[in-house]
Design a protein around this ligand. Structure first.
Ligand SMILES: Cc1cc2nc3c(=O)[nH]c(=O)nc-3n(C[C@H](O)[C@H](O)[C@H](O)COP(=O)(O)OP(=O)(O)OC[C@H]3O[C@@H](n4cnc5c(N)ncnc54)[C@H](O)[C@@H]3O)c2cc1C
Length: 478
């Protein structure tokens, strides 16, 4: 009997506390070694873990699905610290309740975007706004301000109306429209810095259908003309994403060439309820034939985003995504494109394949750490942001080529951040500069005050948070 019980006990202990665990992000280029991967089964177990560990002050990194381009979600590597370093995943917190009277959904932190969409669909409900993928954890996505493209809608964190959060000592804080309401704007986008979110409540809507129209357009390298035409499209379409220009690398003569065409998709609400067909011809991440004129109808999530199996190309890639007041659209777009082009000769390696631009737009919001926070905008601003994404995609996975592309990606913020009031997407390439971040995020001091209350011993701080946010009190966090 004893012989049977001991292994069982060990298995159970491992399930809760784990043993040394190496963490990787989605494309396996960001990694860290931890002392253990912890996946508690309910909120109480998470609280107990934090409370029991607090006297030893270990490093604690709460993770979603690691779908980022930088080291935001990385643990403190065991080689850098005398303390223990744990990775905590709340993937087992899978409670859910749907309130159709108030049109809200309350769900545990274990829900991934894909599964939540399916659950909502089964209950005749829809999200309002999504990114192009559904692979993220829902809290992980909200915590960095993940978004789609809609000038009248904010990012997905704006749908949050309530949260349950555990601080470093395992104390529960409820933040919603009636309790600690003044802190909702701090916790909606919290970068994993304010504690472990165990549950969220979001606003949803009845099943909504959209028509997606894709059009193929002709390119020109007269950037002023190219982007003036694109700006006009944004005036005509509330929900619009443009993929272009596209540049290809030619190995034979080591040059980059502009593709003659690019494409754009726009979405319109429709009362169509026939066959749902956007998934049949969805084009993202290199899947399907993207450059063709077509239209489709579907429930909003399916019309907007692609499921995990839609990730067809797994080249390494570097990426920037910057948000800027949309009034400067042509100027910003021309400057970024001209600079990227001027650096082409640095990228003349056969490992590189394609540089592609993606453009979106988003309504600004009041979350303190939102990249589209409106706190430093002048009265002349509409409060809508344009979004530029540049993707450097490789044809062959090669680390030095990736690092070179990342170094180039890091040059855009110092060059254009201050000039265009441009802010970076949190989980994407962004060089650390706490001084600039303070200008772009005027509520940062208030955020850091809450961070200190939630995490007095700097247990949630990693290199990203320390250097990007300038958390001076945590200078000795390792
Ligand atoms: C290929 C690709 C495509 C993408 N497309 C888009 C897009 O269309 N639009 C867009 O806006 N973004 C996009 N992103 C960015 C992506 O949505 C964000 O990086 C998102 O944060 C990733 O979610 P995740 O669950 O993988 O989070 P992780 O990277 O695991 O975590 C993100 C942050 O959330 C914190 N966190 C996670 N869970 C909790 C919790 N329970 N409590 C407290 N904090 C927590 C983590 O500590 C971390 O700080 C894309 C990324 C990739 C790689």
């Amino acid at each position: 009997m004893v012989a049977f019980k001991l292994p069982l006990l060990l298995v159970l202990l491992h399930a809760v506390f784990g043993s040394a665990h190496r963490w990787f992000n989605w494309q396996f280029e960001v990694t860290c070694e931890s002392d253990g991967y912890v996946a508690p089964h309910n909120e109480q177990a998470v609280a107990n873990f934090l409370k029991n560990q607090y006297p030893n002050a270990p490093h604690i990194k709460v993770v979603g699905n690691g779908h980022g381009f930088g080291n935001l979600t990385t643990c403190v590597d065991t080689s850098l610290t005398q303390k223990k370093s744990f990775i905590v995943s709340l993937t087992n917190l899978k409670d859910i309740s749907i309130d159709k009277t108030n049109m809200t959904v309350t769900f545990g932190a274990g829900w991934d975007v894909y599964d939540l969409i399916e659950e909502l669909r089964a209950n005749d409900l829809s999200f309002q706004n999504l990114g192009v993928e559904r692979v993220q954890n829902m809290i992980g996505a909200a915590s960095t301000g993940t978004h789609g493209s809609a000038q009248d809608l904010g990012n997905i964190a704006t749908q949050i109306i309530g949260l349950r959060v555990l601080d470093a000592q395992g104390n529960l804080r409820i933040v919603n429209e009636t309790m600690n309401a003044q802190e909702l704007d701090a916790f909606r986008i919290s970068l994993g810095a304010l504690g472990l979110i165990t549950e969220a409540t979001i606003k949803v809507q009845p099943t909504t259908f959209f028509k997606r129209t894709t059009v193929v357009l002709n390119s020109t390298n007269d950037w002023n003309q190219f982007y003036t035409e694109m700006e006009q499209m944004y005036k005509e379409h509330e929900r619009l994403t443009v993929w272009g220009p596209h540049f290809d690398y030619f190995e034979n003569n080591k040059t980059w060439g502009l593709e003659p065409t690019y494409f754009a998709s726009y979405w319109e609400p429709t009362n169509y309820t026939g066959a749902r067909n956007c998934s049949d011809n969805y084009c993202a991440n290199g899947c399907g034939n993207c450059k063709q004129n077509y239209f489709c109808y579907d429930e909003i999530a399916y019309a907007n985003s692609c499921p995990p199996q839609g990730v067809c190309s797994h080249e390494f890639y570097a990426e920037i995504e910057h948000f800027f007041p949309i009034e400067e659209f042509v100027n910003v777009a021309t400057n970024y494109t001209t600079y990227q082009q001027s650096q082409n000769s640095r990228m003349n390696t056969d490992y590189n394949g394609l540089v592609i631009y993606q453009w979106r737009a988003l309504r600004g919001d009041s979350a303190w750490m939102s990249p589209v926070n409106t706190y430093n905008l002048g009265p002349e601003s509409s409060g809508v942001f344009g979004i530029i994404e540049i993707d450097w995609l490789q044809s062959y996975n090669n680390f030095p080529a990736l690092w070179d592309n990342q170094a180039l990606a890091d040059e855009f913020m110092p060059k254009f951040g201050e000039k265009f009031n441009a802010r970076s997407h949190w989980n994407k390439m962004n060089p650390a500069n706490a001084t600039l971040i303070k200008e772009l995020f005027p509520k940062l001091p208030d955020f850091l005050a809450i961070q200190e209350r939630q995490d007095p011993q700097c247990q949630f701080v990693n290199e990203f948070l320390y250097t990007q946010l300038g958390i001076e009190r945590c200078a000795n966090y390792v």
